[in-house]
Design a protein around this ligand. Structure first.
Ligand SMILES: [Zn+2]
Length: 302
């Protein structure tokens, strides 16, 4: 046997670990059940603790006491309303969270022997699920500034345009967290609002240059936008801007190594997938567990 190589940083959850924990469908369902259902729940009529048992051949659990309650732990998650077995979902999520680059629908289609259209839908849902997990994170804790710069991404296709369009992306960091917000053409105002909504109230903003400062301030007469002070950086090569450009390059590489082009309408979910992994880049083993353990309310409507 080879000795453990301690210098190698753990990059994810191995397939062997996965198989041990989730050998079958039942173990996946039990995991979701343990997260989604309150074990301390008591019967409202008699006050005794409720015991749930699984309804055979269904994804639901039943508790009989003074009243009967049925709970479906998959409701409101990405797993709701699907024909695909839960075990396949879990395995697909393992690929998405272990990946160092984007996962293409054809890869998932080949791995699981599912049709291309179903595979595309699955990939989109998983990306959106990963994106939703970190949605409450706000940049700019007390006393720290939020640095904002802008980058451009190519190879984005737009409906009705033969050639790809260039897509601008706002990048932000407070030194610990990173955020990327795509700017649809002519929609800078909307992207600015998305950015401001993701900041801690009254956090100060430092833009990389004066032009970007003016753009963010466009509709605000004072030097503040929604309570945020905005200044242009004295030094556009500050370490934080360096970190932002590393983040931006990693984002573009992540998407373009596995896709020749992506659709404009999907860009948010690709960024969401990337950001989810980037946030966990030094604790890879957390990625898979976080992905199957947090279920912010999920809307299936596209
Ligand atoms: Zn009771």
């Amino acid at each position: 046997m080879q000795p453990d190589r301690k210098t190698v940083r753990r990059a994810g959850t191995s397939f062997i670990e996965f198989e041990k924990k989730f050998p079958d469908q039942e173990s996946c369902l039990a995991h979701i059940m343990s997260i989604r259902l309150d074990e301390a729940e008591v019967c409202t009529a008699c006050g005794r603790p409720r015991k749930f048992r699984k309804i055979s051949k269904r994804y639901s659990y039943i508790s009989k006491c003074c009243t009967i309650i049925i709970r479906s732990p998959m409701a409101g998650t990405i797993f709701a309303h699907t024909q695909m077995p839960l075990l396949t979902w879990f395995r697909a999520i393992l690929y998405f969270t272990n990946a160092s680059m984007g996962i293409s629908p054809s890869f998932i289609s080949h791995q699981f022997g599912i049709a291309r259209a179903a595979s595309m839908r699955t990939c989109q849902l998983i990306r959106r699920h990963l994106d939703s997990i970190d949605h409450d994170i706000r940049l700019g804790s007390a006393g720290s500034c939020v640095y904002v710069s802008q980058t451009t991404m190519k190879a984005v296709s737009r409906l009705g345009k033969k050639n790809g369009v260039r897509f601008r992306i706002l990048l932000a960091t407070d030194g610990a967290e990173f955020l990327a917000i795509p700017i649809a053409t002519g929609e800078f105002g909307r992207s600015r609002d998305l950015l401001l909504n993701r900041l801690v109230p009254s956090a100060s903003i430092i833009t990389q240059d004066e032009r970007l400062r003016k753009r963010i301030l466009n509709h605000y007469a004072s030097s503040k936008a929604k309570g945020h002070n905005i200044n242009a950086a004295d030094n556009p090569y500050d370490i934080e801007f360096n970190n932002l450009s590393v983040y931006g390059i990693a984002l573009k590489g992540f998407i373009l190594r596995s896709h020749n082009w992506i659709r404009e309408t999907n860009i948010n979910s690709y960024i969401g997938h990337f950001s989810f992994l980037y946030r966990r880049r030094h604790r890879g083993e957390a990625a898979f567990w976080d992905a199957i353990s947090y279920f912010p309310s999920f809307l299936h409507e596209q």
